[in-house]
Design a protein around this ligand. Structure first.
Ligand code: HEC
Length: 256
């Protein structure tokens, strides 16, 4: 009897994984300003190839789930264009931790079990786009299609390109902290289910808030939209178009 194709695939994956362990990761500069750090790490794209086969490259996003409930997503195109690594140990010290300065105090933060880091020492784009997220205490990596995984957050079928771009931008920059129609993160308020900021706030106020909340409320916990983002004003327009479309869709749906 021929060996089952599944066992063959597993054997091939093990060989591929063993090869990945031999890859030497570079040092990484933490976007929060830490000096560059050496990690033991696996390159994420070849790891996903080994585990899922090349089909994952056709998915839309990877959803990264952390043990504290933080759940950012990264477009697959981003993973393919740059070089994320899955770090699992510090190469220079026994503890898998970093020191972070939080309101004047230096705290030791555990990164375990996994920390997603981006090759950035030689890459100006990645160094600027820090809010693509370096999630630590990472426990799961899922491949998703946003419309299937977050059907209530997705705009109506056939929405114009501006709204679809706004949805993608909202997924990257906002959904990790905000729920929309009950889907997303929970650090900030829900942005559509009961009322939408496009209804309750003046458009100029809302734009200024998204660009930099601290200019409106000095103690705002919400961070400014990354100042280094290319086409930042256009991204804000797209997010506003998306929020407007979601508010209109809520009005049109009698049972939600
Ligand atoms: C790191 C978490 C975080 C991210 C990312 C984030 N927000 Fe917020 N947001 C908050 C928090 C927390 C509040 C509550 C006010 C405060 O403390 O800053 C808030 C408040 C708001 C409000 C209500 C403001 C008001 O008083 O009416 C809006 C609207 C909003 N966010 C939109 C967005 C949009 C759009 C994005 C993406 C561009 C975004 N937020 C990204 C955490 C976040």
């Amino acid at each position: 009897m021929a060996p089952s194709p599944r066992i063959d695939a597993l054997a091939a994956a093990s060989v591929a994984l063993a090869a990945l362990l031999l890859a030497a990761p570079p040092a990484f500069a933490d976007p929060a300003g830490e000096p560059s750090l050496p990690f033991d790490a696996l390159p994420l794209a070849p790891l996903l190839d080994a585990v899922y086969g090349p089909g994952w490259r056709e998915e839309e996003e990877i959803l990264l789930t952390c043990s504290d409930g933080y759940a950012p997503t990264v477009p697959v195109s981003r993973v393919l264009a740059h070089h994320p690594w899955l770090a699992f140990a510090r190469a220079d010290q026994p503890g898998f931790t970093v020191e972070k300065r939080e309101s004047g105090e230096v705290k030791t933060i555990s990164l375990s079990p996994f920390y997603l880091v981006w090759e950035n020492l030689d890459d100006a784009t990645v160094r600027q786009e820090a809010d693509y997220g370096w999630p630590y205490q990472l426990v799961a990596v899922d491949l998703i299609r946003a419309r299937e995984r977050f059907p209530k957050m997705a705009p109506p079928e056939g929405s114009p390109p501006e709204v679809m771009k706004g949805f993608a931008a909202f997924r990257i920059h906002c959904a990790k902290c905000h729920e929309l129609n009950g889907e997303g993160g929970s650090l900030g308020p829900e942005l559509n289910a009961a009322s939408s900021p496009v209804e309750s706030r003046d458009p100029a106020w809302l734009r200024a808030w998204i660009e930099d909340p601290s200019r409106i409320r000095p103690n705002a916990r919400m961070p400014a939209l990354n100042p280094a983002l290319p086409d930042r004003a256009a991204v804000v327009d797209q997010i506003l178009a998306y929020l407007g479309a979601m508010a209109r869709a809520r009005g049109a749906a009698p049972d939600s």
